[in-house]
Write a protein that binds this ligand. Structure first.
Ligand code: LR7
Ligand code: MN
Length: 589
């Protein structure tokens, strides 16, 4: 028995030895995979799906043939200069089919060259700018992806390689947030290894899906460039978009920069812009959503002071950023608190970073000479684990740390989040805010975003507009705020709900967050109350008076009246009658 045991041990030992020392590759490795660097601290590991591939010559790799076929599928000239492409026949059908599934025409994407041009949409003044490439900071471009279409991701990579100055672009880091799409595995590794200059592109594989916030953090941790540039995995840069970002950070290291974001159509891949004369910057809504706003007059004046004749290409202060495409000094990114790594999934991190940057002494600026196209999709092509509302939960975390007493307005809009069990603890972020001695949200509103309407400030009254002795309230009936709509009537809620939140301002405007009350022009009754998008300057919004409980529309002299109306009817005005009970209203606060 002892003999047999010893013999078995010997056999086992020699097996281990064999496995431990792999044979030399039969052929010298071709292009090497850039070393994957990891950090011990994180909950992820780096690995390459295709370590075995290294040893094989390119022509023998099963991926070589596939990649050749991919390249053959691309049609020279298609979609060049960013023009729209319309497929026909079977290809159109395939395109429509996949579009329904992933909100993107992958069939068309596969037919467009990875290197197509998108045209130069910049202000002509931009072409005159000169950069000293010897002294520009270098960039690490971090692109995160979860199951993005392979060809779209590669177009983002190639576009970056060909539009960013070679010297300035130190590296591209692709962070795979646990994708299970097989094309993004070994095939992508192989492509990068054989088709992209050595050392330029690193793929960091997260073992599990960590969500886009932690994916960006993972990419940032291994970056070595002076500046981090984050991109979504479906972008195409316009000519020269990198350099102005790097130049500005060189001048001002606490400036966090966003390009103008152009639109790439998810169906026909047209690259379109609003022209170079004007662009929008970032705002927010009290429900915690990002939105676009026109550049305020106040900011244009500041630009004129700062840049004089060059105003149109002057950095524009932006109250918030969309979140996906931005440049930040790498060290400053960490100093100013990177991200809240307890934010899961998708959403909320953009407003968190926006408020934090401004409140803690930095700036967010749109750089007009930097334009990048982004594919906007109609719906998320992916699901979130347990269908969690990560946007809502993350935004509540943000609000708890950065919005001070204004959090009440947020919770008024999102009562569902007030006691949500998944919000977790934010103590470490509150401590960060203390450590960095950041300013208040009040300061932010007053100094950075004075155009933002605060429903409780500078008002004669706010809250429910309640009919006297009758359970009827003015209500927006949850209509789309971007277009004009009829104000309605609805039974008053026990507690104030967002749809019944109106303000009567000190400047005599009756409004909610985005829309101002007007009266529809008409020769005869009914005279409907119509909510229209508010103007920046209250002089141009219609005025109302609140006298003896009557709400009087100044232009027509008529009074808000619910005579004969019931729930869900349109709100109306009628000739004022001092004795009419149905024309008397109270304003809650
Ligand atoms: O679990 C995920 N893991 C990921 O790595 C989910 C997504 N992702 C990746 C994804 O592959 C993509 O590259 O994260 C990136 C962003 O996801 P998208 O493209 O589905 O998001 P979006 O463009 O609809 O959303 C915007 O808001 C997000 C809020 O968290 C992010 O900040 C996005 O980066 C941001 N995109 C932009 O700002 C581009 C301009 C759009 C606008 C407005
Ligand atoms: Mn995106």
């Amino acid at each position: 028995i002892i003999f047999i045991l010893v013999a078995l041990c010997f056999i086992l030992y020699s097996k281990v030895q064999q496995n431990g020392s792999p044979e030399e590759p039969p052929v010298a490795p071709l292009v090497r995979v850039p070393a994957l660097r990891g950090h011990g601290r994180e909950r992820y590991e780096t690995y390459s799906d295709s370590e075995n591939e290294i040893a094989r010559p390119a022509t023998q790799s099963p991926y070589e043939q596939i990649i050749q076929l991919d390249l053959q599928k691309q049609k020279a000239g298609l979609g060049e200069q960013g023009v729209a492409v319309h497929l026909s026949g079977a290809a159109k059908e395939r395109g429509d089919e996949i579009y329904k599934k992933i909100a993107l025409n992958e069939e068309l994407s596969e037919q467009l060259s990875y290197n197509r041009s998108v045209g130069d949409h910049r202000n002509p003044l931009c072409a005159k700018q000169r950069f000293d490439f010897g002294s520009l900071p270098t960039a690490s471009v971090v692109i995160i992806f979860f199951n993005e279409p392979y060809s779209v991701l590669l177009r983002t990579v190639h576009s970056t390689l060909s539009t960013c100055n070679e010297k300035a672009l130190k590296e591209i880091i692709l962070v795979d947030d646990g994708s299970d799409n097989v094309e993004l595995g070994a095939k992508l590794d192989y492509y990068v290894r054989t088709r992209i200059p050595a050392g330029k592109v690193t793929i960091l594989r997260l073992k599990n899906r960590l969500g886009l916030i932690r994916a960006r953090l993972a990419g940032a941790r291994i970056a070595t460039g002076d500046v981090l540039i984050f991109l979504d995995a479906h972008c195409e840069g316009n000519i020269g978009w990198c350099e102005p970002l790097l130049q500005r950070i060189k001048e001002s290291r606490t400036s966090v920069l966003v390009p103008i974001i152009d639109v790439i159509d998810a169906n026909d891949f047209q690259y379109s812009t609003n022209g170079y004369k004007s662009f929008q910057v970032g705002g927010f809504q009290w429900n915690g959503h990002f939105d676009w706003i026109n550049l305020p007059e106040r900011e244009k004046q500041r630009q004129r002071r700062e840049c004089r004749q060059q105003r149109e290409i002057c950095p524009a202060y932006s109250p918030t950023m969309a979140g996906g495409l931005f440049a930040i000094d790498r060290r400053y990114f960490w100093e100013v608190g990177s991200y809240d790594e307890q934010m899961d999934g998708w959403g909320g991190e953009n407003l968190e970073m926006s408020f934090r940057i401004w409140q803690c002494g930095g700036t967010i600026e749109t750089i007009p000479c930097s334009r990048v196209g982004h594919v906007f999709r109609d719906f998320h092509p992916y699901k979130f684990p347990n269908d969690r509302d990560t946007h809502g939960i993350n935004t509540a975390r943000m609000a708890l740390v950065w919005m001070d007493e204004y959090i009440n307005i947020f919770f008024l809009n999102r009562p569902d989040l007030k006691f949500h069990a998944d919000i977790g603890d934010v103590t470490h972020r509150v401590m960060l805010r203390k450590k960095l001695r950041c300013k208040s949200f009040e300061w932010y509103l007053k100094n950075i975003y004075p155009e933002k309407f605060v429903p409780t400030k500078d008002v004669q009254g706010w809250g429910k507009v309640h009919a006297l002795n009758s359970n009827i309230c003015l209500d927006d009936l949850l209509q789309n705020n971007e277009k004009p709509y009829n104000a309605g009537l609805y039974p008053c809620g026990k507690v104030l709900q967002k749809s019944q939140l109106f303000s009567f301002t000190n400047t005599n405007v009756l409004r909610n967050e985005l829309s101002c009350a007007t009266v529809q022009h008409s020769e005869s009754p009914p005279y409907r109350v119509v909510m229209v998008p508010c103007m920046e300057n209250d002089e141009f919004n219609e005025h109302w008076r609140y006298e003896h409980q009557h709400i009087i529309h100044s232009n027509t002299g008529m009074c808000l009246d619910h005579q004969g109306l019931k729930s869900l009817d349109d709100a109306q005005v009628a000739p004022c009658n001092p004795h009419s009970e149905s024309q008397r209203w109270t304003i809650e606060h």
